[in-house]
Design a protein around this ligand. Structure first.
Ligand SMILES: [Zn+2]
Ligand SMILES: [Zn+2]
Ligand SMILES: [Zn+2]
Ligand SMILES: [Zn+2]
Length: 802
C-alpha cells in the first residue's frame, strides 16, 4: 500500500537486473539524489509508461455514467432490508459517479437523506436534502422529501423553520388534484402528526439535563514553546552528533500532560487494503465499503454523507468547503491521476502532495535549489545555509540581523533557531540515501519519473483550459523540463524520507454487530502523513508517551511520569507488548536503520529465553511455565515434565481455530452454541497455556460478549475481569488497551444496573483514557453520559412512608 503495487515493483526490479553493470554502478555510486534521479529517469522508456498506464486502468477512478443507477438500486435493496448503513454507503458510491446538476446525483442524495433519516442523523439528512435540491431534484418527487425535512426540523427543535415548511406544504399540496386519494390521506395524517409534535415541543416540560461540559482548554497546549511550534514549553530541542535531534523534558511532566499538538504538514487517506477489481471478475462495480467512502479525503473527518469531486469518483469530502480547499491546494493536479497514484502507492502520493503544498507556501523557487544542495547530505551543510535563509525570508522570518548572517543551529530550524511545522522542516528530515538499497532507489526514482511525465502532459492540458481562472494560490505544476527535474528530486527525497518519517494516522473504529450492547473497538490506519514536530521524537519500544489523532491533528501526551532532563520518546511501531525483542530489533534495523538500545530491549535480551507470558505454555502436571527451545521443560525445580514445542504449537493452532469458530457463531447470534464451544476451549486452554496467554484473553472476552448478549451481566463481568487481567499483564495497567477493556466492563455494569461497580469502573476507565486521549474523546464522552445517568437516578425508597 505504501510502496507501488507488486506488478510494477517486479517489473522495475527485472529492468534493474537487466541493466549493464556499468550503468548499475553509475547509479549506485551517484553522489546526490539529483544524480540518482537524472540517471534513473533517463532509462524510463515509453513501453514502461505504457505498462504502468495499463496497471492504472485497473482502478475505477473516473465517473461511469451507468454506475449511479446500479448503486441506487443496490442501495434500495439494502434499504428494504433495513440495513441503512450499507444503503448509505451505496448511495454515496452512486453520488460519486454522478455528474453535478443531473437527476442522477439529486436522486442519490435524496435516497441517502432517507437512509440517514432512518439512522437518526437528522443534521446530515438536512444537508443531503439541500444538496438534492441544489442539483435539481425533480418536482414530482418533492413532497416526500419536504415531509422528511419537516420531520428533521421538528426533531431538532427548529420549530419556526418546520412551521414554515408545514404551511408551504399545506398551501401547495392539499388542494392539488394530482395526488391520489390514498397519498392525500397520508399527507394529511403526516401533517397533522407533525403539527402535534411542534405543539409538544413548544410547551417545554421540565428542565433539560445539564449539558455535558467539554473542557476544550485541555485540547490546547498550556504554554506554547518559543523554540518549537506546536510543542509545549515543557520540552526543549537538543542535538547530539551521535543520536541526532531529540526532545528533552525541561521540567517534571505528569501523565496525561499534552506535549505536542500538530496538524499534519501533508496527509493522504489510505485507500484501504482492497485490491482493485480486475475486469471480468465479480461485478463491474465495487460494492465493498472502504475508508474512502467513510472519511473526508482532506480533513479525514468521519462522515456518512460525503460530497464527491466533480471530476472523479474516488475523491470524496465531508463538505463543499473541504472539496474546494483540496481542489485549490492539490486536487486540481491530482484529479486526473487517480489510477496512477493508486498504482504507485501512498508514499509516492504523499511525496507529490507535499511538493504541491510547498508551492502554496511560496517556497517553490528555492525548493529545487535547496533540494539539489542538501539532497545527499543528511545534515544541513554550510552551503545550504544561504538557501535556508532565503527560505525563511520568503516565509516572512527575519533572515539577517544588521547585515550579518545568522547560522541556523539545528537542522530544520530557521535562522532564529525556531523549528516549525513547515516545508523547511520537512525537507530536512533524513532521507537515509546511503542506507537504502540501489534497487529500492531505482524503483522510487522511476516511479517518480513516470509521475513527472504525466504531470508534464497534464499541466500542458491545464494551462490550455484554465487560463481564464488564474488563482494565484492554486496548485500549479511546472511545465518546463528543467523545473520538473527539481520537482522530481524533491519527490524522490520525500519518498525515501517516508520510510522512516511517515506517521500512520489512526482512528478507533467500533466493531461488532449493530445490535450488540457492548461495543468493541479496534485501531485502524486511516492515512499516512508527515508531522515535522512529531518526527523530532526518537523511538523506544516502551515509550513514555501516547499518540492519538483527531482529524489530521496529532496529539502526544505523556503516558507516564517523565522527570526533568529525560528524553521524550514514542514508539515507531514495534512495541514491546506486541513483539519479542529479536523481531523488534530486526524490524527497526531494516526499516529505520538503527539498533535499538532502549531499556525494554536491554531487559528483553536478558530475559529472551523465557519468552513473554502472553505466548507461554505451561506444564500440564504442575502448572508452572515451560521453558526452552524445541524441547520445553518445566520451570519448577521439583518437576521433571517436558514437552515438544511442535506438539504444543499444533495444539495451540487447533485451539485457535476452535475459538475462531466460536467467535463466528457469536457474530451470527448463535449464543448458546458459542458459549458451549467457548467453555470447551477454556477448559482445553487451562491444560497447556499460561493463564496470561493472549488466546485465554480472547476466549474470556468472547464469553463476556456472549453472556452480555444474553443479559447475564454478572457472568459477563466475571469473564471480562479475566480478560482484563491478560490485557494488564501484556500492555500494563495504564495502557490504552486497558482503557478500552475497562470501557467495555463499565458498559456491562451499566447495563446490568450494578451501580457501585459501574461508577467505580467508569472512574478507572476515565482515568486511563484521559491520559491517552484527553477529554474530547468519544469513549470518555460516553462514560460521562453513563455517569450522569447513574447519578441522576432517583434514590431508592427508604421504606413505606405512612
Ligand atoms: Zn473535510
Ligand atoms: Zn477529482
Ligand atoms: Zn527497543
Ligand atoms: Zn511441571
Amino acid at each position: 500500500m505504501d510502496l507501488p503495487v507488486d506488478e510494477w515493483k517486479s517489473y522495475i526490479l527485472q529492468k534493474w537486473s537487466l541493466l549493464p553493470k556499468s550503468i548499475q554502478v553509475t547509479i549506485c555510486t551517484a553522489e546526490t539524489l539529483s544524480d540518482i534521479f537524472l540517471h534513473s529517469s533517463s532509462l524510463l522508456q515509453p513501453e514502461d509508461e505504457m505498462f504502468l498506464q495499463e496497471l492504472s486502468r485497473g482502478y475505477l477512478v473516473g465517473k461511469d455514467p451507468s454506475a449511479p443507477l446500479f448503486y441506487r438500486e443496490e442501495g434500495n435493496k439494502k434499504f428494504q432490508d433495513k440495513d441503512y448503513m450499507a444503503a448509505t454507503v451505496l448511495y454515496t458510491k452512486g453520488v460519486s459517479h454522478s455528474r453535478p446538476n443531473t437527476e442522477d446525483i439529486s436522486l442519490c442524495y435524496a435516497n441517502r437523506s432517507a437512509a440517514l433519516f432512518r439512522l437518526g442523523q437528522y443534521e446530515t439528512c438536512l444537508k443531503d436534502i439541500t444538496r438534492a435540491q441544489m442539483h435539481g431534484y425533480p418536482e414530482r418527487l418533492q413532497l416526500k422529501m419536504m415531509l422528511r425535512k419537516a420531520e428533521c426540523l421538528v426533531t431538532l427543535g427548529r420549530l419556526q423553520e418546520a412551521n414554515q415548511i408545514i404551511r408551504d406544504l399545506e398551501s401547495n399540496f392539499t388542494d392539488r388534484q394530482t395526488l391520489a386519494a390514498s397519498q392525500f390521506q397520508i399527507l394529511q395524517r403526516t401533517l397533522c402528526r407533525l403539527k402535534m409534535k411542534v405543539q409538544e415541543k413548544e410547551t417545554p416540560t421540565g428542565t433539560f439535563p445539564a449539558a455535558l461540559t467539554t473542557d476544550f482548554e485541555d485540547m490546547n497546549l498550556r504554554e506554547e514553546n518559543e523554540q518549537i511550534s506546536c510543542a509545549s514549553s515543557s520540552v526543549t530541542l537538543c542535538t547530539d552528533p551521535l543520536k541526532g535531534r531529540s526532545l528533552i523534558a525541561t521540567k517534571d511532566i505528569l501523565p496525561g500532560e499534552l506535549l505536542v499538538k500538530e496538524d499534519a504538514f501533508v496527509s493522504v487517506l489510505s485507500p484501504g487494503e482492497m485490491p482493485p477489481l480486475r475486469a471480468g471478475l465479480e461485478s463491474r462495480w465495487d460494492t465493498r465499503v472502504t475508508n474512502g467512502d467513510l472519511y473526508c479525503h482532506r480533513c479525514l473527518k468521519h462522515t456518512l454523507a460525503t460530497v464527491p469531486c466533480d471530476g472523479c469518483s474516488y475523491a470524496k469530502y465531508c463538505s463543499q468547503e473541504c472539496m474546494q480547499q483540496a481542489w485549490d491546494l492539490y486536487h486540481r493536479v491530482e484529479c486526473p491521476l487517480g489510477g496512477l497514484l493508486l498504482t504507485l502507492g501512498v508514499f509516492c502520493h504523499v511525496a507529490l502532495r507535499a511538493t504541491l503544498l510547498a508551492r502554496c507556501e511560496d517556497v517553490g523557487k528555492v525548493t529545487r535549489k535547496l533540494c539539489d544542495e542538501i539532497s545527499n547530505r543528511d545534515i544541513c551543510s554550510p552551503e545550504s545555509k544561504n538557501l535556508v535563509q532565503t527560505l525563511s525570508h520568503d516565509l516572512g522570518g527575519a533572515s539577517e540581523k544588521n547585515g550579518e548572517t545568522v547560522e541556523p543551529p539545528i537542522p530544520g530550524c530557521d535562522v532564529n533557531g525556531k523549528y516549525g511545522s513547515n516545508y523547511n522542516a520537512v525537507l530536512h528530515l533524513l532521507p537515509h540515501t546511503q542506507n537504502h538499497g540501489p534497487e529500492h532507489k531505482f524503483l522510487c526514482a522511476l516511479s517518480v519519473a513516470a509521475l513527472c511525465r504525466q504531470l508534464e502532459a497534464a499541466s500542458l492540458q491545464t494551462r490550455r483550459t484554465s487560463l481564464k481562472s488564474s488563482q494565484p494560490k492554486a496548485a500549479v505544476v511546472p511545465a518546463m523540463r528543467q523545473e520538473l527535474h527539481g520537482w522530481g528530486v524533491a519527490m524522490l527525497r520525500h519518498m525515501l524520507q517516508l520510510q522512516c518519517n511517515a506517521q500512520a494516522i489512526t482512528t478507533i473504529q467500533q466493531t461488532g454487530s449493530k445490535e450488540s450492547i457492548v461495543t468493541d473497538s479496534r485501531q485502524v490506519r486511516l492515512a499516512t502523513g508527515i508531522f515535522p514536530v512529531v518526527s523530532l521524537l526518537n523511538h523506544s519500544c516502551s515509550p513514555n508517551t501516547s499518540v492519538s489523532f483527531v482529524s489530521t491533528v496529532a496529539t502526544i501526551r505523556a503516558s507516564r511520569q517523565i522527570g526533568k532532563g529525560q528524553e521524550i520518546l514514542h514508539c515507531y511501531g514495534p512495541h514491546e507488548s506486541r513483539m519479542g525483542v529479536a523481531e523488534r530489533q530486526r524490524k527497526l534495523r531494516s526499516q529505520y536503520f538503527f539498533d535499538c538500545t532502549c531499556l525494554a530491549c536491554q531487559d528483553g535480551k536478558r530475559r529472551a529465553a523465557a519468552g513473554p507470558r502472553w505466548e507461554a505454555f505451561r506444564c500440564h502436571s504442575c502448572g508452572e511455565l515451560l521453558q526452552g527451545g524445541d524441547v520445553l521443560s518445566c520451570g519448577s525445580a521439583s518437576c521433571t515434565e517436558s514437552a515438544s514445542r511442535d506438539h504444543l504449537v499444533s495444539r495451540f493452532q487447533d485451539l485457535q481455530q476452535q475459538v475462531g469458530k466460536a467467535q463466528k457463531l457469536l457474530r451470527n447470534g448463535k449464543l448458546e452454541r458459542a458459549i458451549q464451544l467457548l467453555l470447551g476451549c477454556q477448559h482445553d486452554a487451562e491444560s497447556f497455556l499460561s493463564a496470561e496467554h493472549s488466546l485465554v484473553g480472547e476466549i474470556e472476552d468472547a464469553l463476556a460478549q456472549a453472556f452480555a448478549a444474553l443479559g447475564d451481566w454478572q457472568k459477563s463481568a466475571t469473564h471480562l475481569h479475566k480478560s482484563l487481567r491478560v490485557v494488564e499483564v501484556r500492555h500494563g495497567p495504564s495502557s490504552v488497551e486497558m482503557g478500552h477493556e475497562l470501557f467495555k466492563l463499565a458498559q456491562i455494569f451499566f447495563n446490568g444496573f450494578a451501580i457501585p461497580e459501574a461508577l467505580n469502573t467508569i472512574q478507572k476507565a476515565e482515568e486511563v483514557l484521559l491520559v491517552h486521549y484527553g477529554p474530547w474523546n468519544d469513549e470518555i464522552q460516553e462514560l460521562q453520559k453513563m455517569k450522569s445517568c447513574l447519578l441522576d437516578l432517583p434514590p431508592a425508597p427508604e421504606g413505606p412512608s405512612v
